[in-house]
Design a protein around this ligand. Structure first.
Ligand SMILES: [Zn+2]
Length: 261
């Protein structure tokens, strides 16, 4: 439970959080349940009962709450990483924190995630926090809930993950950026090889291929829809795996994904 009330008055941070969740698409019942606040109170806040006296007090920072431009190119990339290896947690001070985990083996990928996070929410600083074998790229603001309304309790594969219509539009405009984020978080590019005897001696043949693996069928569906949109052929060798192995399909992904680096 976030932000217990003191003498029946909920802290402003809880009100702000509820309004951010509402902007992200949750209804009053869902918000009330996740914050431990009665639904009627949430509805009162959403009607404007507890808005700050001057709504312009906060400088414009959020593409959903304010007239603030969204860098869709960077957002689609960040969305891919969020769906792959990201989550939003609520700090003890009721401030939502977006974390994306990046393995220490791929410093280039991590730098890109930091750049995208910074470009999407320009007013919030990006931090690096060391974990075992990886770093969490983190940024604090309640507005991450507006930009990633897929936030919810429990792991992503244990609940439905559906894109909001405005996210769907961005993904349709930037499917390659989304796929770059997805494959660079939960995917890989590997090279299989075989040797064949020819008249001129032993020849080595290499077969690069991409895999994307995820335990959420919804996220797998988001990935394959983007592949379909770009005409990239794939197979589903296992329920939790997408494989791209045909030569021309691999070449197409190489144009905008490529190996982790
Ligand atoms: Zn917002």
């Amino acid at each position: 439970m976030v932000g217990a009330s003191v003498n029946g008055v909920h802290p402003q941070a809880t009100v702000d959080l509820a309004l951010a969740l509402r902007a992200g698409g949750l209804d009053a019942t869902e918000i009330g349940r996740s914050l431990g606040v009665p639904k009627s109170t949430i509805q009162y806040w959403c009607r404007g009962g507890r808005r700050p006296a001057d709504p312009r007090a906060e400088p414009p920072v959020c593409p959903r709450c304010h007239e603030f431009p969204l860098d869709e190119f960077r957002y689609a990339h960040l969305l891919g990483h969020y769906l792959g290896d990201g989550h939003i947690s609520i700090s003890r001070r009721s401030v939502p924190c977006l974390s994306i985990y990046c393995a220490d083996d791929w410093l280039g990928v991590r730098a890109e995630v930091m750049a995208s996070m910074s470009a999407v929410m320009t007013a919030s600083k990006v931090h690096l926090v060391a974990r075992t074998g990886c770093h969490a790229v983190k940024s604090y603001t309640k507005h991450w809930l507006c930009l990633f309304p897929q936030h919810g309790a429990g792991p992503k594969h244990a609940r439905p993950i559906a894109l909001e219509p405005w996210q769907q539009e961005i993904v349709e405009r930037e499917p390659d950026r989304l796929l770059r984020g997805l494959f660079h978080s939960d995917g890989c590019r590997i090279t299989n090889w075989t040797e064949k005897q020819t008249e001129s001696g032993t020849k080595r043949y290499e077969y690069p291929r991409y895999f994307f693996s995820n335990k959420s069928t919804d996220i797998l569906g988001i990935a394959t829809t983007a592949l379909d949109r770009l005409g990239v052929a794939y197979r589903r060798p296992r329920w939790d795996l997408v494989s791209v192995a045909r030569r021309e399909a691999v070449a197409r992904l190489d144009e905008f994904v490529g190996p982790k680096y």
